[in-house]
Design a protein around this ligand. Structure first.
Ligand SMILES: Nc1ncnc2c1ncn2[C@@H]1O[C@H](COP(=O)(O)OP(=O)(O)OP(=O)(O)O)[C@@H](O)[C@H]1O
Ligand SMILES: [Mg+2]
Ligand SMILES: [Zn+2]
Length: 566
């Protein structure tokens, strides 16, 4: 049964549901448009900023669509939060995941089968597992909502291999309508999402990712000593022994930096050390990273949410799904690998709409390490050889067995398998991997796609560096990166725009507009990511970001517009 076969509910009915069931007075920008599109039964890709209320869209849809709504969510914590808030408003949900026992999962599924719950949360790994799909495929599924859909894209910032098997899973489920949701996707990643999920002429709804209440600033420094000094001046100005810097000229900034905040670091060690420094200065602080015991992580998160700890120093493991409205600042001590990652992390500030700040303490010397971290997960010929050997020995094998035989972690293993699939050396049958040829020679496998990935990572970091070093409006730089136009004349919210006379104005350069599809002879298809008065930055499928001098582009006809564009 598909949504399109039943008349969608009226606007009044939906509004009533919003108010009575979900206790919200109004829709937020974008919510209603996406919901209406979803209810007509078509595929929809929604790019709405963090905190826009994307979850509400599929939650409401699940209550009015005839069949089941399945929500794919990458994190148990995210599912858990939503389960709790839905329980509060009396909406029945079923959640199945690896943290529950088989009996519990079976009970949850039974609640869907009997119709007691109409909304089912699953991880992508689970939804793509054969046994689970077999259980599900008899159900009438109206909607498959893919949350954090940028994880589909190998070029997105938190790639999750299992997301790539969702297109096949959706076919097994009778191909319900697909709703893909994300807060951050460049035009290029949008295309990738549409392609990877095999979406059918989707409606693409993009709502301003601008966060006008966040002030963006970069403080450039050369040494670690300077960094520690800046940290202290900003976050512990009253600490004993702090140099008398005189009264700060910026009362608003002082107020912000005395509020709740997150300080992001690149390593677990730096997170701990930063928290220790802050504590030594008498600041209420703790640290969070993936290697801390679960108990400690929960304690830190709860204390931060409750306002008992003012500052958390953390790696990027902290944050996804943290819905604390009054985070006043997000500070980065190390340059992140991409602007996607940066903007998502910075966007955790000011969810309540009040004044907030995103500050990057930028040390050019960090770029080398950032490049190293960004290129992580490099495929190794020796690992490839181990996989080939195991396949030769077993012929047909589960991914899990392959992992235990080779000792490889999931991500590199799946990348290797993907390379073998591309070369048609390996196929899949009933969830098992199968050698399709009589031999599997590691030296004959091309790692070209892998090289492209590394080139892409490097180019993303250089865009991030561009952000740190630009003399122009930072918001404009970010918006352009995400394929949106922005008039820097409107900006009162970045350090460069507030520095009179310094902002180098960037313009739409007439011929090429941001988001337009173009072609370049050697590098093939790409999308314009940034267009200024004298330069053009294009993201190419093959080689990542490239910046051209506009005069040369004209003189040599380097780049041609194409007609289609996302
Ligand atoms: N129409 C609305 N009116 C008021 N509050 C809302 C509305 N819709 C959602 N919210 C609230 O906004 C908060 C953020 O919602 P949600 O987590 O769904 O955002 P999101 O778009 O998924 O963000 P992220 O990209 O970070 O996942 C929640 O606390 C939710 O209850
Ligand atoms: Mg969300
Ligand atoms: Zn600006």
């Amino acid at each position: 049964m598909h949504a399109s076969q039943v008349a969608p509910p009226s606007r009044e009915e939906i509004l009533r549901l919003l108010r009575t069931r979900f206790s919200h007075r109004h829709f937020r920008p974008g919510q209603e448009d996406v919901l209406q599109a979803v209810l007509t039964g078509q595929d929809v890709l929604a790019v709405l900023p963090t905190g826009a209320g994307k979850s509400l869209i599929f939650q409401i849809a699940s209550q009015v669509l005839p069949g089941v709504t399945i929500v794919v969510s990458p994190l148990l914590a995210l599912m858990h939060d939503q389960e709790e808030s839905l329980e509060d408003v009396g909406v029945e949900v079923a959640v199945t995941n690896s943290a529950r026992t088989d009996t519990q999962n079976a009970e949850e599924l039974a609640r869907i089968k009997t119709g007691e719950a109409r909304l089912l949360y699953v991880t992508p790994e689970r939804l793509t597992s054969e046994t689970f799909l077999r259980e599900l495929c008899a159900l009438p599924v109206s909607l498959l909502a893919v949350d954090e859909a940028h994880c589909v894209s190998e070029w997105g910032h938190s790639f999750r291999p299992a997301y790539q098997a969702l297109a096949a899973a959706s076919r097994r489920l009778g191909r319900p309508a697909i709703l893909a949701l994300t807060a951050t996707a460049t035009p290029w990643v949008r295309r990738d999402i549409v392609e990877q999920l095999a979406m059918r002429s989707p409606e693409i709804i993009v709502r301003g990712s601008d966060r006008p209440n966040i002030f963006f600033e970069v403080r450039r420094m050369e040494t670690e000593v300077e960094e520690v000094r800046a940290l202290r001046r900003l976050l512990a100005p009253d600490a004993e022994g702090a140099e008398a810097g005189g009264p700060s000229c910026d009362e608003q900034a002082d107020e912000i930096y005395s509020g709740a905040g997150i300080v992001y670091t690149a390593t677990t060690r730096a997170a701990r050390e930063t928290a220790e420094l802050l504590q030594a200065w008498g600041v209420s602080a703790d640290y969070y990273h993936g290697q801390r015991a679960k108990r400690d992580r929960e304690r830190v998160q709860d204390a931060f949410m409750a306002g008992d700890v003012r500052i958390v120093a953390a790696t990027n493991a902290f944050g996804l799904g943290i819905d604390k409205p009054d985070v006043r600042f997000v500070m980065h001590l190390d340059i992140p690998a991409s602007l996607e990652a940066y903007y998502q992390e910075a966007g955790r500030a000011g969810r309540d709409g009040l004044e907030a700040r995103a500050v990057l303490l930028y040390r050019p010397a960090d770029l080398g390490r950032a490049a190293f971290l960004a290129g992580g997960g490099r495929l190794d010929r020796a690992d490839l050889a181990a996989v080939c050997a195991a396949l030769m020995e077993h012929g047909e094998i589960t991914a899990r067995k392959l992992a235990s035989l080779t000792g490889l972690a999931q991500t590199p293993l799946l990348r290797i398998v993907a390379a073998l699939e591309t070369e048609q050396v390996v196929g899949r049958r009933r969830g098992r991997l199968r050698l399709l040829r009589s031999t599997c020679d590691p030296d004959a496998i091309s790692l070209e796609a892998e090289q492209r990935r590394r080139a892409y990572e490097a180019s993303r970091l250089s865009m991030m560096r561009g952000y740190a070093e630009t003399a122009g409006c930072r918001r404009e730089y970010i918006m352009n990166y995400f394929g949106e136009a922005y008039d820097p004349g409107d900006c009162r919210q970045c350090d460069n725009s507030m520095r009179p006379g310094r902002a180098a104005r960037t313009l739409q350069n007439g011929l090429f507009s941001v988001g337009a599809a173009v072609r370049h002879a050697p590098w093939g298809a790409g999308v314009v990511e940034r267009a200024t008065a004298d330069a053009l930055t294009v993201l190419f499928d093959a080689v990542g970001f490239k910046t051209f001098d506009l005069a040369l582009v004209h003189e040599r006809n380097l780049i041609e517009p194409c007609d289609e564009g996302v």
